[in-house]
Design a protein around this ligand. Structure first.
Ligand SMILES: Cc1cc2nc3c(=O)[nH]c(=O)nc-3n(C[C@H](O)[C@H](O)[C@H](O)COP(=O)(O)OP(=O)(O)OC[C@H]3O[C@@H](n4cnc5c(N)ncnc54)[C@H](O)[C@@H]3O)c2cc1C
Length: 277
């Protein structure tokens, strides 16, 4: 849609050009959300495209994803065979309620900064224990754990003008075994629950990441795969019955049911796995 409050479009070559920050400014990534509804509080868009960050950088330390990497670029990436968790990338790209038109422009960083419960790039990066690098406007860069970034439905820890620069997936988690479950009320609908389990290649631990069913990601870490009862008790301790996310994509009761159901499937799947396979 046309945004009739926008008076200026800036195209900086470096982020440092944008100081001081003021109310009315907004970073523009793919624009798939920004152009989807009126932005009454915004008069200036600052296009991130001219910063020319390399989309994906693989190294022995893991995978560096620029915030401006598109969903389509991420989907096409194939890592080395020892990165067992790579199928999770495609599962999460497929979890968008979106066509290829959206995939080709929507960015990984834009999805994370939107901080919606059904943000699949949040699910992916939290499950793989990513570190986000943030660029505040007038302070040195800071690194934060992905699990600490989203604070609620459409809220996060970004300060005014602070930029998400990159997402680092460490090689230690890229080599983990994964189990993925997702459901949506409608075909191609927004996720009602997106739950991921990961397990070290030679371990019998379990890291359970619950997203979409809750306003922000909830992560449960078990040194050993727990019993079904212990896991259920832990889920209840972390997510009270009224703390599930209630919206048109599912009631709290439905989302709690999916959380129990999928978590148990993931627990069973990873508890049957032979270490190293
Ligand atoms: C048909 C359709 C389906 C969609 N399906 C989903 C879905 O299933 N799940 C979901 O979560 N969303 C969905 N969306 C919403 C949105 O398109 C996605 O979240 C998308 O990934 C946003 O990325 P973008 O690059 O287009 O962000 P933009 O629209 O450019 O920006 C989104 C917000 O993030 C800020 N921002 C962007 N990049 C940065 C950065 N690097 N640092 C700091 N701030 C930044 C912007 O200022 C803006 O506030 C959908 C949208 C459409 C139109």
């Amino acid at each position: 849609m046309n945004l009739n409050t926008i008076a200026e479009l800036k195209r900086p070559r470096s982020a440092e050009e944008i100081t001081p920050w003021r109310d009315g400014y907004a970073w523009l990534a793919g624009g798939t959300w920004l152009f989807s509804e009126p932005q009454l509080a915004t008069d200036t868009l600052i296009d991130l495209e001219g910063l020319n960050w390399p989309a994906l950088t693989a190294s022995s330390a893991g995978l560096e994803i620029a915030a401006t990497c598109t969903i389509a670029e991420l989907y096409r990436f194939t890592g080395p065979p020892e990165w067992r968790a790579m199928p999770l990338v495609r599962e999460c790209c497929d979890a968008f309620l979106a066509s290829f038109k959206i995939w080709n422009v929507a960015t990984v960083g834009g999805n994370i900064c939107m901080s919606l419960p059904a943000g699949p790039m949040i699910s992916l990066s939290v499950a793989l224990e990513a570190t986000y690098t943030l660029w505040p406007r007038n302070a040195p860069p800071r690194d934060v754990r992905s699990v600490d970034f989203v604070t609620g439905n459409h809220t996060n820890i970004l300060q005014p003008g602070e930029l998400l620069r990159s997402i680092h997936l460490p090689v230690s988690t890229l080599s983990k075994q994964i189990a993925f479950r997702r459901a949506s009320l409608t075909k191609l609908g927004r996720s009602a629950a997106l739950i991921i389990g990961t397990q070290c290649a030679h371990g019998n631990d379990l890291l359970l990441t619950i997203t979409a069913a809750t306003p922000r990601p909830v992560q449960l870490r078990f040194k050993r795969v727990p019993s079904a009862e212990d896991m259920r008790r832990e889920i209840d301790a972390r997510i009270p019955a009224d703390a599930y996310f209630n919206d048109v994509h599912g009631s709290t009761v439905y989302k709690r049911h999916l959380t129990y159901f999928f978590s148990e499937q993931i627990r069973a799947e990873l508890s049957q796995r032979e270490p190293g396979i």
